[in-house]
Design a protein around this ligand. Structure first.
Ligand code: F6R
Length: 366
């Protein structure tokens, strides 16, 4: 049932090219230029009237939402908030009939996300669920549903759910931009071409596994690690950090690279592993100078950078290269080495990878 892999998590990491491809299937017009979402039944004019979007989720799904916020804002210029469901539901969010609430939940059964979804519906807010489980509570209760076609995710640590949530969110951002005739709609055809290449690129990224495994083995006796990045690299860092904590039980923190100097540099000491994500071209120089700050304190820096980046090796100790795509779509590929890192660190530490302590796959209690 694990298809020859030692753990479900590793199997699911390797299923990502297919899962991304399945999530794209049927959602791109034949000429490749338009997003097609036959499943969305927005009332007449609503797509144009939306003036605010709230994204709600927990854990990994929340991290996907952070990328979704970036994508929707970039392509549609609608202001988007992305919040943790257990926080959102206990405050008094500002919503109107022109607010769209997007609930992201792999299982469709997370109690806090469902509570936020129900609260929004009671207030008359239209709810779109992005979920992986047909027939789940979220799928049944939302006004609209976009399914991620990741297939069953068995390992407690979420992997292919995240990359398919990202895929769905990029598509939705593109669809909304096209429906509204937003300026960002002009970028959608190129994005769709790039998304269709993503499964093949994800296969290439999976080839980094041996290098990641060696790094994980060498560094798995550490108790602390940092993930740094700027912009979308920071959002992906959040997911890399969660994954490492969740299954390796190493303490990890994700930090916006520019924020280190406001306190956290005090924790950067000799040989502490720092995983630096360097895929955001516009922020390249800024990120490099932040890496130099941690190198000056003798951290060990593993960088995740584009293939073809021959400069980065001069600043860091080790580089993992991923195929070059647009910085906008980088998260889909950048997360994969981080999933592998958490996986191999967990294995090296002798943990029960698929069933980490204290955690359940679907959190149906508050
Ligand atoms: C982390 C993980 C959790 C879930 C979270 C939300 O690897 O799996 O953080 O992402 O419990 O679950 P769903 O998406 O089912 O609502």
């Amino acid at each position: 049932e694990k298809g020859g892999y030692d753990h479900f998590m590793l199997k699911e990491i390797h299923e990502q090219p297919k899962a991304i491809s399945d999530t794209l299937t049927g959602r791109i017009s034949e000429d490749g230029t338009k997003v097609v979402f036959d499943e969305l039944n927005f009332p007449e004019g609503f797509a144009k009237d939306i003036d605010r979007i709230h994204i709600l989720a927990c854990g990994t799904s929340w991290h996907a939402g952070m990328v979704g916020k970036y994508a929707i804002e970039k392509l549609t210029r609608i202001p988007v908030d992305c919040e943790i469901a257990s926080e959102y539901r206990y405050r008094d969010p500002i919503v109107s009939k022109n607010t769209l609430l997007i609930a992201i939940t792999q299982s469709g059964e997370t109690a806090d996300t469902l509570a936020a979804l129900r609260q929004a519906k009671e207030q008359g807010t239209r709810v779109l669920a992005i979920t992986n489980v047909v027939g789940s509570s979220a799928a049944r209760e939302a006004d609209d549903v976009i399914f991620t076609w990741a297939g069953p995710e068995i390992s407690v640590a979420s992997t292919k759910a995240y990359t398919t949530q990202l895929t769905a969110l990029y598509l939705f951002a593109g669809w909304l931009a096209q429906e509204r005739g937003a300026a960002g709609a002009a970028e959608v055809p190129a994005m769709l071409t790039a998304l269709r290449d993503m499964p093949a690129h994800a296969e290439t990224v999976l080839e980094t596994a041996p290098a990641i495994q060696a790094f994980a083995k060498d560094w798995s006796s550490r108790e602390h690690a940092f993930f740094i990045g700027r912009g979308l690299d920071y959002e992906v860092s959040l997911e890399g950090s969660l994954k490492l904590k969740e299954i390796s039980y190493m303490h990890a923190e994700a930090y916006p690279a520019g924020e280190l100097k406001h306190g956290t540099l005090a924790l950067i000491v000799e040989d502490i592993p720092v995983i630096a994500l360097v895929t955001q071209d516009d922020l390249y120089e800024k990120t490099i100078s932040n890496i130099q700050e941690v190198k000056a304190r003798d951290a060990f820096v593993l960088a995740l950078a584009w293939s073809g980046d021959t400069e980065i090796g001069k600043t860091v100790d080790q580089v993992i290269h991923i195929p070059k795509v647009s910085a906008f779509l980088a998260p889909i590929l950048a997360v994969i080495p981080l999933q592998l890192l958490a996986y191999y660190a967990s294995v090296a530490r002798g943990n029960d990878v698929d069933n980490p302590r204290n955690l359940a796959k679907s959190v149906t209690v508050e």
